[in-house]
Design a protein around this ligand. Structure first.
Ligand code: NAG
Ligand code: NAG
Ligand code: NAG
Ligand code: NAG
Ligand code: NAG
Ligand code: NAG
Ligand code: NAG
Length: 248
């Protein structure tokens, strides 16, 4: 059957938005932020093998951005707590000073599909505020974590706003990172121009929660021999805070 030309165009338009922030996440965006790990586009809740997300991704947009400076934030919004199904958040990456390319680059993604992207480049060699550290969800509930990326237009903003972002990453606990509150404090609310998320899942099964010597937790307090080990992935320094990364 012939599909009318106009209808074909509509079908393309309807599926055009590939990347967006996950439902319920604030500040939300439905504008595609392409997040590429070695040529694999990790878009719109795409399940990614953990090991392919260990180094920072390339970022790009399908339409040319008109600003001169952007920041990217990546937040895990599925950090397990001792009172499941409640979850918490954790900041995984904050890089400011990104510049959009003025010409599109032909990027070959896995599966041989080529896309035209305006890459976000670190031309000024700006040091990250929080260096990218890759997903590492523990064997706790929830096993599947959504890693959310937002792109913030920081063109022409005051040094104070940038300092605000930096101090937010440094002084707020990296756990419990509230992107809305941080952007409001830095006068960058409503400056989110694109977003995305991808999933990384621990194969499970869910192990017991970590030992709580001061009392019971909201979960079953019985800890199997391997539980603490299964949930611990070493220590990550985040600004002034060093946390034992039980729940990345
Ligand atoms: C990136 O992908 C290429 C082609 O699939 C592969 O040969 C290479 O090993 C990958 N590099 C990393 C760091 O995963
Ligand atoms: C990603 O995680 C969310 C929340 O856990 C889940 O609803 C969704 O099905 C997952 N998507 C994939 C592709 O695994
Ligand atoms: C840049 O693009 C954004 C989003 O499309 C738009 O809201 C804004 O008005 C534009 N700014 C300029 C200076 O063109
Ligand atoms: C930007 O440049 C700094 C300094 O060379 C580097 O540490 C950082 O990883 C770069 N960030 C990106 C996103 O390329
Ligand atoms: C995050 O901050 C926003 C704005 O300040 C606030 O409305 C919201 O309740 C906060 N979310 C959490 C989980 O604390
Ligand atoms: C340990 O259990 C006590 C009593 O239920 C609770 O108040 C405390 O928050 C728990 N600590 C942790 C780290 O879960
Ligand atoms: C906690 O888990 C252990 C081992 O699976 C089980 O034997 C015990 O009945 C559970 N206790 C509660 C209160 O659920």
């Amino acid at each position: 059957m012939m599909v009318p030309r106009s209808l074909a165009a509509l079908v393309v338009a309807a599926t055009a938005s590939l990347a967006a922030t996950p439902a319920g996440f604030e500040p939300a965006s439905t504008t595609d932020l392409y997040v590429l790990f070695n040529g694999t586009a990790a878009l719109n809740g795409q399940a990614m093998p953990r090991l392919s997300t260990t180094t920072q991704p390339m970022l790009g947009t399908t339409t040319r951005l008109n600003g001169s400076s952007y920041a990217v934030l990546m937040i895990d919004i599925d950090i397990p707590t001792n009172t499941p199904p409640e979850t918490n958040t954790l900041l995984h990456w904050m890089q400011t000073g990104l510049t959009p390319a003025t010409t599109a680059t032909n990027i070959m993604t896995s599966g041989g599909r080529a896309i035209q992207l305006f890459l976000l480049e670190n031309r000024t060699q700006t040091e990250p505020v929080v260096t990218y550290f890759g997903p590492n969800p523990p064997a706790r509930t929830p096993l599947s974590h959504r890693y959310t990326q937002i792109l913030v237009d920081t063109s022409g903003v005051t040094a104070q706003s940038i300092n605000g972002l930096q101090s937010a990453a440094g002084t707020r606990p990296a756990i419990g990172f509230n992107a809305s509150a941080v952007l409001e404090d830095a006068n960058l609310a409503n400056k989110v121009v694109a977003g995305n998320f991808f999933n990384v899942t621990n194969p499970g099964p869910v192990m017991g929660v970590a030992t709580n010597t001061t009392g019971t937790t909201g979960n079953n307090n019985t800890v199997t021999a391997g539980a603490a080990r299964a949930g611990t992935y070493g220590t990550v320094a985040l600004g002034a805070v060093a946390i034992s990364a039980l729940f990345l």
